[in-house]
Design a binder for this molecule. Structure first.
Ligand SMILES: [Mg+2]
Length: 314
């Protein structure tokens, strides 16, 4: 039983058109006329991005969904993905684990209409490392970017904040509550695919490292300042209930995979109508102004001083 049998058993059933059943050195991908390729890549490392005892199926789905979220932020329709897996030898990542992992991939392939194009599998002395490169397409020149925010634009986010961050706290034993929906939000994010925001929003990205830090990326790329209002942030009741004890984790927490958008006043109606039409909750949380940096104002409109800015990768 070598690498080839392993790939054949678990990954060949996931292969789509262009993958040629994973029997060649590479794959092909066709693009509709007038569209260009959009690529994004995300790596998940055991112990950093997921816990060793998280269910294999949800790890698979989160891996795909982080990547799907990046394509959503680019305004791109997802089509295929490449998968690279480095498996630590002699651990619990066995046949049964990968059967469940592949079933998770299969479920989301169906849900998001994507398929596997290829990848690589190796053994490794390191923790389990999973990498997906996702391939999508967009009408040529119509990709969404981070550098278009202008003073006077509103700052908007989809969905709600803090559920995944609290879910992680529960998994780490730092928050005791019987609310399993928070852990579920941590394990299986909901990428905002399927929206068509080109020509409506001025800048876009997805919130993976926390609202404050990610707003900083748009501010910096666009050469503007952003002011966020704590009182405007959309929090579901299960999250708001923990604001007195876990405020900073809720306000800075990562893993939301919601969209962070800036929108000129003239397009606000179009933005709201589009999101309503797609059943995506949308909230205006701040303003773009001239200047630099990101400020979050508390309910008394005083700047909040945080002890950190958000998730640090290094
Ligand atoms: Mg991103």
């Amino acid at each position: 039983m070598g690498e080839f049998d392993f790939i054949a058993r678990h990954f060949r059933p996931l292969a789509g058109p262009g993958a040629m059943e994973l029997r060649n050195d590479g794959a092909t991908m066709a693009l509709p006329a007038g569209e260009e390729l959009v690529l994004s890549s995300d790596t998940m490392v055991e112990g950093l991005h997921f816990l060793p005892d998280d269910p294999a199926g949800t790890i698979a789905r989160k891996l795909l969904r982080c990547n799907l979220s990046d394509l959503a932020a680019m305004g791109s329709r997802p089509r295929h993905y490449m998968l690279n897996v480095s498996v630590p030898l002699g651990r619990h990542y066995d046949e049964a684990w990968f059967t469940e992992f592949a079933a998770g991939l299969a479920a989301d392939q169906k849900q998001y209409d994507i398929s596997l194009l290829g990848g690589d599998t190796t053994g490794s002395p390191s923790p389990l490392m999973l990498n997906v490169t996702i391939l999508g397409s967009v009408r040529r020149g119509q990709v969404l970017r981070r550098d278009g925010a202008r003073a006077g634009d509103g700052v908007w986010i989809t969905g709600s904040l803090g559920r995944a961050a609290l879910g992680l706290q529960i998994r780490l034993g730092k928050l005791a509550t019987g609310d399993t929906s928070l852990v579920e939000a941590y394990r299986i994010p909901t990428p905002r695919t399927g929206l068509s925001l080109y020509g409506i929003v001025s800048a876009a990205m997805d919130i993976s490292d926390g609202l404050l830090q990610d707003s900083g990326h748009i501010a910096e790329e666009s050469g503007v300042a952003i002011t966020l209002f704590e009182e405007k942030l959309p929090l579901v009741p299960e999250v708001a209930a923990h604001m007195t004890t876990h405020r900073e984790i809720i306000l800075l927490g990562g893993d939301d995979y919601e969209l962070l958008l800036t929108c000129p006043a003239a397009s606000e109606d179009a933005l709201q109508a589009h999101c309503r039409q797609h059943g995506v909750p949308l909230t205006k949380v701040g303003m773009v102004t001239e200047g630099k940096g990101v400020t979050m104002l508390d309910r008394q409109h005083a700047p909040i001083n945080f002890s950190r800015t958000g998730w640090q990768h290094f």
